[in-house]
Design a protein around this ligand. Structure first.
Ligand code: GLP
Length: 260
């Protein structure tokens, strides 16, 4: 894992957006893995700005979202369909038929999950996957004890996640209990991964994911086994990392690294 620590959320978001834009500029028909939650909002805003300046084009891009709540219609304000449309898709030029978000209202979840997995493969696999991290160390909705080789499936949310997400709903009892989510195994097949985390509320999850043992108790720790994951952190989210000096030292020396 490469760990990059930024002074502020805005700087972290700009750097991560630039990496995504570089991937899209090198491969205009790239497959982009999208995440929801408050953390990637800054990256989406930056990508929209780059698009408006003509510095990145999405007209050949295909996207796959990580997850969706079960039972929320796509028009519900807290559905991930709505979130993605409002915060990203309506501001860029991705052809609507290239956008994939798990269905939270299908009548056959098993068949839908199989189709979603197959569709990712048909599109050539995910070139770069954006991830946030839950305060319990989850990625997408892969809650503690999720198999590290899990695939897209229906998942029961942990109490901690329901409590964390209650802030977005009128009443805590409105938070859905189930979600459909890409599995850890699905995510691990992405060619590159960008994990974003900001704020002190993520410091423990980040430290466990980066420096703890690989364990299904912290599904983000599986990324230690991924060949190309970059963590974009702000200072508070990096607050509990023991190897902080080492990460800074590497970043400091990187620009002058010998070209091989
Ligand atoms: C949800 C999403 C995750 C996201 C997490 C953190 O659980 N399924 O993909 O990483 O929330 O959200 P936030 O970025 O708002 O802290």
């Amino acid at each position: 894992m490469e760990v990059c620590i930024y002074r502020a959320y805005e700087e972290m978001s700009r750097a991560a957006a630039q990496l995504v834009a570089d991937v899209l500029n090198a491969k205009p028909n790239a497959v982009l893995g999208m995440a929801t939650g408050s953390t990637p909002l800054g990256v989406y805003q930056e990508l929209v700005k780059l698009h408006q300046k003509g510095e990145v084009d999405f007209s050949h891009v295909t996207t796959f979202n990580l997850d969706e709540y079960v039972g929320l219609p796509i028009t519900h304000e807290q559905s991930y369909h709505h979130f993605m449309h409002e915060n990203f898709f309506r501001h860029v030029n991705i052809p609507p038929q290239n956008i994939h978000i798990p269905s939270g209202t299908t009548t056959n979840y098993r068949a839908f999950c199989e189709w979603y997995e197959k569709r990712i493969v048909e599109c050539g696999g995910i070139d770069i996957q954006i991830l946030g991290i839950g305060s319990d160390g989850h990625i997408a909705f892969n809650e503690p004890t999720s198999s590290l080789s899990s695939r897209t499936r229906l998942k029961t949310l942990a109490k901690q996640t329901i409590d964390d997400n209650a802030r977005f709903f009128d009443k805590p009892e409105d938070v859905p209990i189930y979600a459909i989510t890409m599995g850890v195994g699905t995510i691990m097949e992405s060619k590159r991964i960008v994990l974003l985390a900001n704020g002190a509320k993520k410091d423990q999850a980040v430290a466990a994911a980066v420096e703890g043992p690989v364990t299904s108790m912290i599904t983000a720790s599986a990324l230690q086994m991924h060949p190309s994951t970059k963590m974009f952190l702000d200072e508070p989210a990096a607050g509990k990392l023991k190897m902080r000096e080492y990460y800074d030292w590497i970043q400091y020396h990187k620009p002058g690294a010998p070209r091989v």
